[in-house]
Design a protein around this ligand. Structure first.
Ligand code: FAD
Length: 108
C-alpha cells in the first residue's frame, strides 16, 4: 500500500488543484457531479482509516460539500484539509489564503 503521508500530499495537491480550476460559475449538473465525486472519493481513498474518518466528517450537515462557486469550493476543501490537520495535531491553514497557495501563487 502507498505511504500514507506521500499519498496525502499527492491527494491534497490534486484536490486543491481541482478547486483552483473549478469554474467561477459552475452549472447545476457540474455541481451535482462534483458532490458525487467527493463522496465517491471518500469511499475509494486508499487509506482505510483516513477514508473512514473523512466519511464520518462528511456526514455532519455543516460539512456537506459547498460547490456553487470556485471560491466556495476552494474554502470548503481548505476546511476539509484543516479538519485532518487538527486531527493530526498540525497547524490550521488560513483559508483566506487558499487561492494564493493553490491558484495565483504567494505574493512574496
Ligand atoms: P499536507 O497536509 O499534505 O499539506 C500539503 C500542503 O498543503 C501544505 O504544505 C500546505 O502548503 C498546504 N495546506 C495545508 N493545509 C491546508 C489547508 N487547510 N488548505 C489548503 N492548503 C493547505 N493522514 C493520516 O496520518 N491520518 C489520516 O487519517 C489522514 N486522513 C486523510 C484524509 C484525506 C481525505 C487526505 C487527502 C489525507 C489524509 N491524511 C491522513 C494525510 C495528511 O492529511 C497529510 O497529507 C500528510 O500527513 C502529509 O502532511 P504534510 O504536513 O506533508 O502536508
Amino acid at each position: 500500500p502507498p505511504d500514507v503521508e506521500q499519498l496525502g500530499r499527492a491527494s491534497w495537491t490534486l484536490l486543491h488543484s481541482i478547486t483552483a480550476t473549478y469554474p467561477v460559475r459552475p452549472t447545476p449538473d457540474l455541481q451535482k457531479e462534483t458532490k458525487q465525486f467527493i463522496y465517491t472519493f471518500s469511499k475509494l481513498y486508499p487509506c482505510w482509516t483516513c477514508a473512514q474518518d473523512f466519511q464520518r466528517w462528511l456526514k455532519e450537515d455543516r460539512n456537506a460539500p459547498r460547490v456553487s462557486s470556485r471560491d466556495e469550493f476552494g474554502r470548503w476543501m481548505c476546511e476539509a484539509h484543516n479538519a485532518v490537520n487538527v486531527k493530526l495535531g498540525k497547524e490550521r491553514f488560513d483559508c483566506d489564503r487558499w487561492e494564493e497557495r493553490w491558484r495565483t501563487g504567494w505574493k512574496d
